[in-house]
Design a protein around this ligand. Structure first.
Ligand code: DC
Length: 232
């Protein structure tokens, strides 16, 4: 089990995918799960204050990851929501629902179930601190605010969205604040996580650094080296 946590724009999704591919591990994007819940709650018009209704919707939500070749789809029931959950509105919806106790409990249960099925690179905000505290390798990626905003802005532009850099920055600051200051599972590095500043690094360089750290750690902890190098 490898966990990667960090704020928006730290590069954790790209790095997590590359790393999982290199190691031939499964990749779990837990942000996508909160986005799927946010989408379902938003579509239903459920008020977040209506705890009972949120609980009912969340626990009956059939979230599935379907892997095909290199790509992974996320579905609610039979519906492919991979694109819909990336709409800008879902950034904040996901962050809002992720602060609710009932939502976190349901997602953590599902994440641990997926984690019990095999080798995993699990990416999110609380993977190393709460969901998989026993993980062999924990990483926390971070980068300067300006670089994170640039990455996010570029992503948005590539999708053809007309949004200003200023708005991207405001949204990112708001989401950082929510994710880092909520009562439940706030975003922070696990005590035993390796912190990597990705400001000056591209995703491949980050993967190299992670591989190196795991080899060093493997030697220190006596974890057989082949457990991380044979799948290269
Ligand atoms: O990584 P992302 O932007 O897709 O995540 C969307 C939101 O979901 C993020 O603002 C916080 C929340 N989240 C969380 O609370 N815990 C996780 N493990 C993953 C995401």
């Amino acid at each position: 089990m490898i966990t990667i946590d960090g704020p928006t724009g730290s590069g954790k999704s790209t790095v997590g995918r590359l790393l999982a591919k290199r190691l031939r591990y499964h990749y779990l994007d837990t942000g996508a799960m909160y986005r799927a819940v946010g989408l379902a709650i938003w579509r239903a018009g459920t008020e977040l204050q209506n705890k009972e209704e949120v609980a009912r919707r969340c626990t009956s939500l059939d979230i599935k990851f379907i892997h095909k070749g290199d790509s992974t789809k996320i579905c609610i029931g039979d519906e492919d929501v991979t694109k819909a959950i990336r709409e800008p509105l879902m950034d904040l919806m996901a962050s809002n629902v992720s602060a609710l106790d009932i939502v976190r409990k349901a997602m953590i249960r599902l994440q641990r179930k997926i984690g019990s099925q095999g080798s995993l690179v699990a990416e999110g905000r609380d993977m190393g601190t709460v969901v998989f505290p026993e993980a062999n390798h924990k990483f926390y990626l971070d980068a300067s605010l300006e670089v994170r905003v640039d990455r996010r802005f570029q992503e948005r532009q590539e999708k053809g969205e007309s949004i200003s850099r200023k708005k991207v920055k405001e949204d990112l600051i708001e989401r950082d604040y929510q994710d880092m200051n909520r009562r439940l599972s706030p975003l922070k590095p696990a005590k035993d996580a390796e912190i990597i500043d990705t400001t000056q690094l591209n995703p491949h360089q980050v993967v190299e650094r992670i591989m190196r750290k795991m080899k060093q750690r493997g030697r220190r902890t006596g974890i057989p080296k082949r457990s991380i190098s044979s799948t290269k």
